[in-house]
Design a protein. Structure first.
Length: 295
């Protein structure tokens, strides 16, 4: 089966985006690195890690409502053990947002003290919000900016994703466009990014992707998979991904003329249900498998 890695998915504009981010680093005090709580390792862009090397950083594990809560706890403990400041939240309910401003202040503690000693008490703190596409950057900023979504900068020609937002309490946030990186050393990383929808489906074969996702779920989350699609462990034990997709389409009555299963529809349904955590909350990158993660 063709691997995700071999698909031409890295859009050229992302190189430009990376350069834009680099150019803005001098304007900011800290970076909020948004990661997807379902794949904290795979959603961490190694290129951004290099770029942000000299900037104070805070990891924000977003979409916690869709991740396994016990795993999120383990990930947070692991980040803290590795001296990486990290918080967990979700933009759907707003859970965990109260910790954001205190966490940034704590990351910048020494600097704030320096500013104060130079008479710059109450200096506005500028935070860049960065992460891969679809990780929830806009949702995160919208929640923080809330009703007072006053843009500090809203000039024509400023592209979406490079704007300043004033969120009050002495904080400005800089939105940045999502960036991926050109090569996945571990093909499973690319696959997980495609599963959660951070690689645009238009550049992927969605039936193949859904088939691979189903096999992944069979091997790692069999109970949830079987419960959702009324499958038994035996009937899926030694099945191909494409066969599993067909089986699900059949069970769902997704048939075309002649009784042929509409696998395209079945694939869209499976991917949608996985991405919306309808199959269940789950974490694909287990904390114990990535003990030395860096950001
Ligand atoms: P981006 O700027 O990083 O590209 O991400 P964006 O905020 O556009 O969010 C991408 C998708 O993820 C959106 O769904 C958004 O609603 C969803 N999302 C963001 N944060 C969370 C979260 O914490 N929990 C859950 N469950 N979903 C989250 P969409 O289907 O693309 O759009 P829509 O549902 O907002 O219409």
């Amino acid at each position: 089966m063709e691997e995700i890695q071999s698909i031409q998915w890295f859009p050229g504009h992302m190189t430009k985006t990376k350069r834009q981010i680099e150019a803005r680093l001098k304007l900011i005090d800290a970076v909020a690195v948004l990661l997807d709580a379902r794949i904290p390792y795979s959603s961490c862009n190694p290129d951004l890690r290099t770029l942000f090397n000299n900037k104070p950083r805070l990891v924000v594990l977003n979409k916690c409502d869709m991740a396994d809560a016990a795993q999120t706890k383990k990930w947070l403990a692991q980040f803290h053990q590795n001296q990486i400041p990290a918080i967990a939240l979700d933009c759907k309910t707003g859970k965990g947002f109260h910790a954001f401003i205190p966490a940034v202040r704590s990351v910048l503690e020494d600097r704030i003290r320096q500013w104060e000693s130079k008479g710059m008490k109450g200096r506005t703190i500028k935070v860049m919000v960065a992460g891969i596409p679809n990780v929830g950057k806009s949702s995160f900023i919208n929640r923080l900016a809330g009703q007072n979504r006053a843009k500090a900068e809203d000039r024509p020609g400023v592209t979406r994703g490079n704007q300043w937002y004033t969120i009050g309490k002495g904080f400005d946030l800089l939105d940045t466009p999502g960036v991926l990186w050109p090569k996945f050393d571990d093909p499973l990383v690319g696959e997980k990014l495609a599963f959660i929808g951070s690689v645009r489906d238009e550049v992927l074969d969605t039936e193949q992707l859904a088939g691979r996702l189903l096999l992944y779920l069979r091997d790692h989350q069999q109970q949830l998979l079987c419960a959702r699609y009324r499958l038994s462990g035996e009937e899926i034990a030694s099945i191909q991904g494409s066969e599993l997709l067909t089986l699900i389409g059949k069970k769902r009555g997704m048939l075309m003329s002649g009784g042929v299963v509409n696998t395209e529809r079945a694939a869209a349904a499976v991917l949608d249900e996985f991405r919306g955590a309808v199959i269940g909350r789950m974490t694909l990158d287990l904390a114990e498998e990535y003990p030395n993660v860096r950001i």
